[in-house]
Design a protein around this ligand. Structure first.
Ligand code: HEC
Length: 280
């Protein structure tokens, strides 16, 4: 072998050896300088729940909303969450999709006041109509923070889309308040320990605290777990009211493609039937 070739070979081996030693050296270095992060230790992942809108096996392929559950979720939202959170992207008439009648939707709308201008041009308020949206709770973010001790209760219309695994996350968050705070976690007095929240401490006081807090009319037991589950389902619908249509379209498209593939294969067989015969 020529001299230059073996030189290159030796050089490459040297470079390789230096690389390996560096990697090994790095791997055995103590990691004392990494500060302890309680979030890494205590942050919890959402509990997985079988939702009717995720279809059989929670696969997410088929599935329809449970209308009665959405109505209960709306009730929890109105009686509890609406004190602090708006759902300003939802119009009252959208509630027809939950199985309410025209009259029921009008009655729900009329229980809210929205901004208006009177005949003399002065700002005033009037009862909402089916065409209005759920009103804001606070005029803007600054007003909300001023009223909530600096924290901002976000609009909930799209919240289940704005968080990973949003439906399960919301349910787990609502059920996730713990009185026992681990010694390694620093919790300011104004916050509440909740290992499902990204920073472990949340400014929202536990909104669902007692059995019987909301009285369901359909006989569903008024447990905190049911409240959390129902309001999570409801806020999944507000974030994606067309979920059922999307899934139907998907299933129809796959069925269509399967039929098309079968037809394509059969015509291929037919076209090539004679040509592929072995010559006599
Ligand atoms: C007393 C007022 C109040 C009530 C009632 C309330 N919240 Fe909150 N909520 C807050 C505040 C304040 C925050 C902001 C928390 C923070 O940033 O630490 C918040 C934050 C949230 C968040 C955002 C969490 C995140 O990941 O950022 C969700 C979701 C939420 N609330 C859902 C609800 C639901 C559902 C209800 C009803 C069952 C409810 N809240 C009732 C005050 C309230």
């Amino acid at each position: 072998m020529p001299r230059s070739g073996s030189l290159v070979q030796t050089g490459a081996m040297l470079v390789g050896a230096v690389f390996c030693i560096t990697v090994l050296w790095g791997a055995v270095q103590p990691r004392e300088d990494v500060p302890f992060d309680p979030v890494k230790k205590y942050h919890e992942h959402p509990e997985q729940v079988a939702w009717t809108h995720n279809g059989p096996g929670n696969l997410g392929v088929f599935g329809t909303f449970d209308r009665a559950q959405l109505q209960r979720g709306l009730q929890v939202y109105r009686e509890v969450c609406a004190a602090c959170h708006s759902i300003n992207r939802v119009a009252f008439r959208d509630l027809l999709a939950l199985g309410f009648s025209d009259a029921e939707v009008k009655a729900i709308a009329a229980s809210y006041e929205v901004a208006a201008i009177d005949d003399s041009g002065e700002p005033t308020t009037r009862p909402a109509t089916a065409a209005d949206k759920f009103p804001l709770v606070y005029a803007n973010e600054a007003a909300a923070r001023a009223a909530q001790g600096g924290a901002y209760p976000p609009d909930l219309s799209l919240i289940t889309k704005a968080r990973p695994d949003g439906t399960n996350y919301l349910r787990s968050l609502l059920l996730g308040y713990r009185d026992e705070v681990p010694a390694e976690v620093t919790k300011p007095d104004t916050l509440y320990y909740n290992p499902w929240f990204h920073s472990l401490n949340i400014a929202m006081p536990p909104p669902l605290a007692a059995e019987g807090q909301v009285e369901y009319a359909d006989g569903t037991p008024g447990t905190v777990k049911n409240y959390a589950t129902d309001v999570a389902a409801f806020l999944t619908w507000t974030a994606e009211p067309k979920l059922e249509n999307r899934k139907e379209t998907g299933v129809a498209a796959i069925a269509f493609l399967l039929i098309l593939t079968t037809l394509g294969y059969l015509s291929y067989k037919k076209v090539w039937r004679d040509i592929k015969k072995p010559k006599a």
